[in-house]
Design a protein around this ligand. Structure first.
Ligand SMILES: [Zn+2]
Length: 95
């Protein structure tokens, strides 16, 4: 490998991608935008969804993540049920 090529590789490997705001969990992003009162209700609904899943793993929750995401979107907080599900399962940047 030429020294020029080697330098290019080392430079490229040194320029690591930074954690952007986009990497922030969507639930956390909405949470940050809410006031304390709103956060409390949002947290309650997230816990309800988690509990429902533990209690009735095979049942469809009418007040599940799709409903929660729709309510938030209807109130101008962009979020998807997928993001909520990942957050509930702990597969997000919150942990
Ligand atoms: Zn999260």
């Amino acid at each position: 490998m030429s020294s020029e090529k080697k330098k290019l590789l080392i430079d490229a490997l040194s320029d690591m991608p930074k954690l952007s705001k986009r990497s922030l969990c969507g639930v956390a992003a909405v949470m940050n935008a809410l006031d304390v009162e709103e956060q409390n209700v949002f947290n309650m609904r997230l816990n309800d969804i988690r509990e429902f899943r533990n209690k009735y793993p095979s049942k469809l929750n009418p007040a599940g993540s799709s409903w929660l995401a729709k309510v938030l979107r209807d109130n101008s907080y962009p979020i998807t049920d997928k993001v909520i599900n990942l957050h509930i399962r702990g597969i997000c940047s919150c942990r």
